[in-house]
Design a protein around this ligand. Structure first.
Ligand code: DGY
Length: 322
C-alpha cells in the first residue's frame, strides 16, 4: 500500500508527476487554498500533508484525535506558519526546503533594492500612464547604489547570498547583525563586518535587508523605535517574512520621512497589503516572488519529494525541522 499524500496547492507539473508515481497522491488542481477545516481533515486522513506558506497550521488545526499524518513536508524554507512544537508533540515530523531558493530570493532582494533606490517602479508607472515629459537633468532622481553600505539582519544562507551580490556586484560595504557569531574567515570573504546589535547596523546602513526567520521570535523586530535608528536617506528591504516588520510603524516612517523608502516582497497578512503602503510612491511592492522561478519551484518540490520518500523508506530525512 502506497502512503496517502495530500498536496494543498498546485505544484509544478514535473513534481506532481513524481508524487503521483510514488504515492497515493491527492492533488489540488483548482489551486483553491484549503480552509482550516480542510487542513485539519488532511492531517486526520493522510499519511503526509504537503503545505506551503499560504497554509496556516497553528495548534488549533491539529486534530484532537490521533492524526493519521506522520509527516508535514513543507514546500518552502520558512516554516513559521506551522506550529512545529505542536507537530512534534503529536509525533509528526516537519521538513522544509533549504538551499534551493537561496539565489533566487537574494536576486529578488537585490532587485527590490535597485528598484526602490532608482525609482524604477515609479518611472514605469509614469511612462505607462503617458505622463513622461522627456529627459531632463532633474527628472526622477534616485539614490546611487554602488559603493554604499548595506546592513543585513540575519546572516543565514540568503543573507550571505545577498552580501555577496552587494559586495562583489555593487562594491558595497557590508555590515550585519546575526544572533550567533559568523565565522571570521567567511565574514572576511564577503567583505563584511559583524556588528554587536541591530541598532548599530541600522544607524550605519544606507540599505537594510532583512533575512531572519518570521514567527514569534522576530515579530515586529523592525518597529517604530528601530526605524528611528535608520538614516533618513536609508531604504528597508524585506524578503523574509512580513511579520518581522511592524507595517503600521513602517507606513508612518515612510509617510513622515523617517526613512527614504521600502522594497517589500512579503506582508504580515498575505495576500492583504496595507493600503497605506500601496498609496506611497517610495515603496516597491511585490507579491511574494522570492522563490518564483521555474528552476527553484521545481527544486523546492523535488526536495519535498526527497524528504517524504526518505521518511517512508525509514531513511535519514535530509531537511528535518522537528
Ligand atoms: C519560503 O520558502 O519560505 C518562501 O518564502 C516561499 O517562497
Amino acid at each position: 500500500m502506497k502512503p496517502r499524500v495530500i498536496v494543498t496547492r498546485k505544484w509544478p507539473a514535473a513534481v506532481e508527476q513524481v508524487l503521483a508515481e510514488r504515492f497515493d497522491t491527492t492533488l489540488n488542481a483548482g489551486d483553491i487554498p484549503f480552509t482550516a477545516t480542510q487542513l485539519k481533515a488532511a492531517l486526520l486522513n493522510f499519511d503526509a500533508v504537503l503545505p506551503t506558506v499560504s497554509d496556516k497550521l497553528p495548534a488549533e488545526v491539529f486534530p484532537e484525535e490521533q492524526p493519521r499524518a506522520k509527516i508535514i513536508g513543507n514546500f518552502g524554507v520558512g516554516f513559521s506558519h506551522i506550529d512545529v512544537e505542536t507537530a512534534k508533540r503529536r509525533g509528526i515530523v516537519v521538513t522544509n526546503t533549504p538551499g534551493v531558493l537561496t539565489d533566487c530570493t537574494a536576486d529578488i532582494a537585490m532587485s527590490l533594492l535597485l528598484a526602490v533606490a532608482r525609482r524604477t517602479g515609479e518611472g514605469e508607472r509614469q511612462l505607462r500612464a503617458g505622463e513622461w515629459q522627456g529627459w531632463c537633468p532633474t527628472h526622477m532622481i534616485g539614490a546611487k547604489v554602488t559603493g554604499k553600505t548595506i546592513g543585513i539582519i540575519g546572516m543565514g544562507r540568503i543573507g550571505k547570498a545577498m552580501a555577496r551580490r552587494a559586495h562583489f556586484g555593487f562594491g558595497m560595504k557590508v555590515i550585519f547583525f546575526n544572533r550567533s557569531r559568523v565565522d571570521d574567515e567567511e565574514t572576511r570573504a564577503m567583505g563584511a563586518t559583524q556588528l554587536p546589535s541591530i541598532e548599530a547596523v541600522l544607524e550605519q546602513a544606507d540599505f537594510v535587508s532583512l533575512h531572519c526567520p518570521g514567527g514569534a521570535e522576530n515579530r515586529n523586530l523592525i518597529n517604530a523605535e528601530r526605524l528611528a535608528h535608520m538614516k533618513k536617506s536609508a531604504f528597508l528591504i524585506n524578503t523574509a517574512r512580513g511579520d518581522v516588520v511592524d507595517e503600521t510603524a513602517l507606513a508612518d516612517a515612510l509617510e513622515s520621512g523617517v526613512i527614504a523608502g521600502a522594497g517589500l516582497d512579503v506582508f504580515a497578512q498575505e495576500p492583504q497589503v496595507p493600503e497605506r503602503l500601496t498609496r506611497l510612491e517610495n515603496t516597491v511592492l511585490l507579491p511574494h516572488l522570492g522563490s518564483a522561478t521555474e528552476e527553484t519551484r521545481v527544486a523546492m518540490g523535488m526536495k519535498v519529494v526527497d524528504n517524504i520518500t526518505a521518511f517512508f523508506a525509514g531513511e535519514a530525512i535530509p531537511d528535518r525541522v522537528v
